[in-house]
Design a protein around this ligand. Structure first.
Ligand code: AMP
Length: 194
């Protein structure tokens, strides 16, 4: 199965992606994790994008596509992927589709984790305290939520009219969300297999 997760910061994409990957035996690919690794390792890509990450701005499309191309292609050949954090814009979705369709690697279903703003802010600030992540601060979180509204929310409509969109209430306890996600994805898988 090849799916992607769409949700604002703090919606639980990373947590649910790990569980989905384990349950369906597919590869979890997190664009934010891959980009942060470049920054931590001080690669030339990392040096060029650090400011974007710290400000909570989107990294230029070309860089993100370069970083993701290999892992997405490899995962498609070995059972599928759950993409967490990509695409973030309709432009990225369109560009990725053009590359992926010739490889048989294009996405089959999008999953939206829906969480209200107050809960998102609460979760992100708690994560920031626990991990020290530079963009999980009060100043940056409001900007990241605005970036989601302006650039990423239009993807919900995009996928609803194309491959399909499942929306799950992500504001519930984590196990309840996982259960609901997995039941719905099993249904999708049966349809894909049919
Ligand atoms: P995340 O871990 O998904 O919250 O992403 C953290 C940061 O990485 C974002 O605020 C962006 O700066 C960058 N990033 C992650 N994925 C993308 C993407 N698909 N396009 C552009 N920037 C991204």
């Amino acid at each position: 199965m090849r799916l992607l997760l769409i949700g604002p910061p703090g919606s639980g994409k990373g947590t649910q992606a790990v569980r989905i990957a384990e349950h369906f035996g597919i590869t979890h690919i997190a664009s934010g994790d891959l980009l942060r690794r470049h920054v931590a390792e001080g690669t030339s890509i990392g040096q060029s994008i650090e400011e974007y990450l710290n400000r909570g701005d989107l990294v230029p499309d070309g860089v993100v596509m370069d970083v993701l191309r290999k892992p997405v292609t490899a995962a498609s050949r070995s059972g599928g992927y759950v993409l967490d954090g990509f695409p973030r814009t309709v432009e990225q979705a369109e560009a990725a589709y053009l590359v992926a369709k010739t490889l048989g690697a294009s996405v089959q279903i999008a999953l939206h984790l829906d969480v209200d703003r107050a809960e998102l802010v609460r979760r992100v600030l708690a994560r920031g305290q626990a991990t020290g992540r530079a963009d999980d601060t009060e100043e940056v979180i409001n900007h990241r939520l605005q970036v989601f509204e302006d650039h990423t929310r239009p993807l919900l409509d995009y996928y609803a009219h194309r491959e399909g969109l499942i929306t799950v209430n992500g504001a519930r306890p984590v196990d309840e969300v996982s259960w609901s996600v997995i039941v719905q994805l099993q249904r999708v898988q049966r349809q894909l297999d049919a």
